[in-house]
Design a binder for this molecule. Sequence first.
Ligand SMILES: [Zn+2]
Length: 171
Amino acid sequence: MEMTFGKYKGKTIKEVYRRNPSYFSWMKDNGMSNKPEYQEFIVTIPYEHPERFEWEVDIRSEYQCWKCKNIMNIFLMFNPEIENELRSGYPIISDLAYNKPKSLIPFAKEYGVHLEERYSKVTQSMYVMHICPHCKMHQGDNYVVEDNEQKTDLVRRMRIVFDNGIWREIR
Ligand SMILES: [Zn+2]
């Protein structure tokens, strides 16, 4: 999609973000968040540059490992700018499937969630996924992040940002 107005008219959303990342904050601050250009921005760019955006995180308990059947905590991420009706019941659809940055590994650990980069036969690639703390088996994002059909309990909800090389909670 190309911009239809303003000083970047004719440029793609990606190109505008590359040239001037704060342009979209400016749009939002000036009441233009309902424009299709802004809507396109929020559903694409945060997924390509997750460390440059704020995310909401739900830590949920009672997730059952497919291998050993013990329960574990999971770390689900949501784009705060997008309304998600499939966040609280089940199934749960969360964001950044197959696409979590490695910088989240030490942060999730602080909340008792073991993430690790492992090879997936499903995607035939390496990505950061949940690891069962009991049997160390990985749990694919297709079951945990993309389409989670288990009944789990919300333990904690927070907003996070990547700042000076580490993720931290915004209070
Ligand atoms: Zn297990």
